[in-house]
Design a protein around this ligand. Structure first.
Ligand SMILES: *[C@@H]1O[C@H](CO)[C@@H](O)[C@H](O)[C@H]1NC(C)=O
Ligand SMILES: *[C@@H]1O[C@H](CO)[C@@H](O)[C@H](O)[C@H]1NC(C)=O
Ligand SMILES: *[C@@H]1O[C@H](CO)[C@@H](O)[C@H](O)[C@H]1NC(C)=O
Ligand SMILES: *[C@@H]1O[C@H](CO)[C@@H](O)[C@H](O)[C@H]1NC(C)=O
Ligand SMILES: *[C@@H]1O[C@H](CO)[C@@H](O)[C@H](O)[C@H]1NC(C)=O
Length: 395
């Protein structure tokens, strides 16, 4: 079983090997000036929109989307199966996934269990693999999230979704296999009740939790992975062993996005709910001063880092390291992001300039799947698939 120390080891080994193989230190380029709307070599393409009707029973909600995306999900599932067979030979791990995980489905809170069941039926793969596919997002998201406030008190919330697991490097074109396979699965989702938008999200088809999204006029939310010793694997193992008092992070995220009715309510729920894995919740609101990063342990909030425009603190930046500590030296995306925000200045904050910050290497890196820009007061969400042509570091 992969324990947290083993995971850290794999992670560090992969990072170090990669840096040595490239014979370059992780490097930072000067702040980007790209074109907006996006084009050029770092822009892979648009993200398609789909509507998810919350008035349908959970089992049926994802049918239309999954019918279309089934081939792409199967490609990713095959890759994951190949990796798990490489770690635990003779297919034993997948056999366990196929046989044991379905028993746990009934333990998932509504509506997640039924939604996963419906998705597995449409794609026609063993239920256990779709459950594993949903667990997989709990523990491997590297990211950069930023909330800014301009001189008029207008908030914007943006993020890069970096995801790839450090497994499977494609030497033909210098890319991560999983990062590439997630691009065709990336979708913008408009969740509706009574034919009206409740919230919008950018996500991966087949995943019923969420990691990025907003409620128009109320709040925006993103999740970044937090690596900690009592990490995600411990929570998952406890859950499998029967200790079910904590929420999956992607599920609490979706519940808050679906059902919280204000910035304050969202903030309270994200601070107080017991969760399965440590995480950073980045929350933005609809008016001046409403923006914060909640650093979470599994049981409690460790820290609240808030905007304070009156004192000149007009942005918060979060990557995958506690803001009061130095980032891992091979992976400092925080300093370049802050440097480029500083150079942009509060007067010039916009989707275009924030897209530039998120296009600056290594904030943009080989693991970046997509960039999302959210404007809560205006009710706008834009997402773009990304590429990071060489020279570009691995994460
Ligand atoms: C690299 O090659 C793979 C497999 O041919 C392809 O799916 C992927 O899109 C390519 N990635 C880039 C960045 O060109
Ligand atoms: C939503 O709109 C569709 C067609 O536009 C209509 O058939 C349906 O009755 C509407 N549903 C609700 C709950 O209003
Ligand atoms: C959000 O802010 C906009 C612009 O200031 C305002 O028009 C709108 O009423 C606000 N929405 C809510 C729910 O407060
Ligand atoms: C949101 O609330 C509704 C009504 O209580 C509930 O049926 C639904 O399951 C909740 N959604 C989530 C994602 O928890
Ligand atoms: C950005 O500006 C702030 C406030 O002036 C300063 O404290 C910080 O060191 C700057 N950061 C970088 C990376 O330039």
């Amino acid at each position: 079983m992969l324990g947290p120390s083993r995971l850290t080891f794999v992670f560090l080994a992969a990072a170090a090997t990669h840096a040595v193989a490239q014979q370059v230190p992780p490097w930072t380029e000067d702040c980007r000036k790209s074109t907006y709307p996006p084009s050029g070599p770092t822009y892979r393409g648009p993200v398609p929109w789909y509507t998810i009707n919350l008035d349908l029973p959970p089992y049926k909600r994802w049918h239309a989307l999954m019918t279309e995306k089934a081939p792409a999900v199967k490609i990713l599932l095959k890759t994951l199966r190949d990796f798990s067979d490489a770690f635990v030979p003779s297919g034993k791990l997948m056999a366990l996934v196929d046989q044991k995980l379905p028993d746990l489905l009934g333990q998932l809170p509504d509506p997640f269990g039924k939604e996963i069941e419906g998705i597995a039926a449409v794609i026609d793969v063993p239920l256990g693999e779709i459950i594993a596919f949903n667990i997989f997002y709990e523990v491997f998201t590297m990211c950069t999230s930023i909330v800014t406030e301009d001189k008029k008190g207008h908030l914007l919330h943006v993020r890069n979704m970096d995801f790839g697991l450090f497994l499977g490097w494609n030497i033909n074109n210098n890319s991560w296999v999983i990062t590439e396979e997630l691009k065709p699965l990336t979708v913008n989702l408009d969740f509706q009740r009574n034919n009206k938008t409740v919230f919008k999200s950018t996500s991966f088809a087949g995943y019923v939790g969420l990691l990025t999204g907003f409620q128009p006029g109320r709040f925006s939310l993103t999740l970044n992975e937090r690596f900690a010793l009592s990490g995600g694997f411990m929570g998952i193992i406890e859950w499998i062993l029967g200790k079910r008092d904590a929420m999956w992070v992607g599920f609490i995220f979706r519940s808050v996005l679906e059902n919280a009715t204000s910035y304050e309510e969202a903030k309270n729920l994200l601070i107080k709910t017991k969760i399965m894995a440590p995480a950073y919740f980045i929350l933005g609101g609809n008016r001046s001063g409403e923006g914060c990063v909640i650093t979470r342990d599994r049981k409690q909030s460790m820290d609240l880092n808030e905007l304070n425009p009156r004192q000149g603190k007009w942005y918060v930046v979060q990557t995958n390291y506690d803001h009061w500590k130095n980032p891992f030296f091979l992976d400092d995306r925080r300093t370049p992001a802050k440097m480029c925000l500083n150079r942009t200045t509060q007067e010039h904050i916009s989707f275009a300039t924030l897209y530039d910050v998120l296009s600056t290497k290594p904030v943009l890196n080989k693991l970046t799947v997509f960039t999302t820009l959210m404007d809560v007061p205006k009710g706008q969400l834009e997402s773009y698939l990304r590429d990071c042509p060489d020279p570009c570091i691995g994460w």
